[in-house]
Design a protein around this ligand. Structure first.
Ligand code: 5GP
Length: 122
């Protein structure tokens, strides 16, 4: 799947759309989800044009991948989530119900995240 430059996160990265930014460095931007599913719900995205987790894992440089992982841990820590705990999640493709075709990780926290996953249809 080719990268779509018009996706909403590409527009946020270009500054065409606003976001509630919580962190930024050379490789990563993090901002609050517009429709939070938990008291804390932050999206972490790479600045590079990667469609999905699979694209990022296959094509990003080691520096980008390490930078992304370090930043995600740091953001959760800086949000005060390390000790109470938190959940990170990445949806990939149709069955993963990925909506925005720019790779992102969700950070959920600020309370019990509930069971890991519910059986389909329940
Ligand atoms: P996905 O299902 O692709 O993993 O999740 C996409 C997430 O992006 C959703 O949680 C949705 O609420 C969030 N989202 C979609 N559009 C925007 C937007 O314009 N701004 C922000 N901050 N979040 C968005």
């Amino acid at each position: 799947m080719a990268y779509d430059d018009g996706n909403v996160f590409a527009r946020i990265l270009r500054g065409d759309l606003p976001c509630d930014k919580v962190y930024e460095d050379d490789h990563v931007l993090a901002f609050r989800d517009i429709n939070p599913q938990r008291p804390t719900h932050v999206l972490v995205i790479p600045k590079g044009a990667y469609v999905s987790f699979d694209d990022f894992a296959e094509s990003a440089s080691d520096e980008e991948i390490a930078g992304f992982m370090r930043a995600t841990g740091r953001i959760a820590r800086d949000l005060g989530l390390k000790d109470p705990g938190y959940r990170i999640l990445a949806n990939h493709g149709r069955d993963g119900r990925q909506e925005v075709p720019h790779f992102h990780v969700h950070i959920f926290g600020g309370g019990d995240c509930g069971p890991m996953i519910k059986p389909a249809g329940k």
